[in-house]
Unconditional design. Sequence first.
Length: 100
Amino acid sequence: MNKLSCSANSDDLEYWHENDKTWKKDTPPSDQIRNKNLVHDASTMWIGDNEDTEAPVGLDYRLKGVNNVYLTGGALWPTGGSWNPVLTIVAMAMHLADTM
């Protein structure tokens, strides 16, 4: 994983170098970067109504067939379609909290 450290001053930007176990100003070699294209995994536990027998999660965010297990986040979408779904993920978490 490519870790990075930075203060408000961009001159202080440093990258974690896994091989050396140190922070450095230069970008680590490509073999130390886990994934150059950061993506959000999604669509692993899509949400559906009670008639949708294939959807593992109901409209109440509850895992079907299991009591007291609730899911939220990008996993509930039928397909991934956004580079940065954080605001939607937060909104879904807030909706779940409000309805519980």
